[in-house]
Design a protein around this ligand. Structure first.
Ligand code: HEC
Length: 140
């Protein structure tokens, strides 16, 4: 009886070993899979946010500069950062910065909010805007 049990254990160990070798072959892919897709997208968004840092701080309580602080902007009512002097157009826009409103504004600021004083040409790539918005969502 004992001998049979040992043989079974050995067989199991050998096949586990074979499996190990297989997964080693696609090592780099395993590393990528450990990061959730949402995190990877937000990381790409952080890079895209470099286009915004000249005018927008992102840290909590960060000072307003050329533009208002961006911390917690997703879900925030439009034109409500204290101490920032918004254009009349932005003050009149109303609503909340949800995904759709941000997407439209980042794509083409002057088209989405005619008369805005944000001097930014916009980002035409939809994937880049999506990644950027995912990043903004994490800053709260
Ligand atoms: C050249 C400076 C500049 C750059 C670059 C810039 N912005 Fe702005 N942004 C502004 C200004 C100025 C305003 C205020 C607009 C107004 O009052 O009409 C603003 C307003 C905003 C608002 C509205 C905020 C609120 O409190 O209602 C959002 C959202 C925004 N910017 C996002 C971005 C993003 C995202 C980027 C990068 C892709 C970016 N901006 C790049 C200057 C800039």
């Amino acid at each position: 009886m004992r001998k049979i049990a040992f043989t079974l254990v050995l067989t199991a160990a050998l096949s586990a070993c074979g499996g190990g070798n297989d997964s080693e072959a696609d090592g780099p892919a395993t590393n990528v899979a450990t990061e959730s897709p949402a995190t990877a997208v937000a990381m790409a968004g952080k890079d895209i946010y470099k286009k915004c840092v000249a005018c927008h701080t992102i840290d909590k309580g960060g000072r307003n500069s050329v533009g208002p602080n961006m911390h917690g902007v997703v879900g925030r009512a439009v034109a409500t950062v204290e101490g920032f002097s918004y254009s009349a157009a932005m003050k009149a826009k109303g609503g909340v910065w949800d995904d759709a409103a941000l997407d439209a504004y980042i794509e083409n600021p002057r088209k989405a909010v005619t008369g805005t004083k944000m001097a930014f040409a916009g980002i035409s790539d939809a994937e880049q805007r999506k990644a950027l918005i995912e990043y903004l969502k994490e800053q709260k």
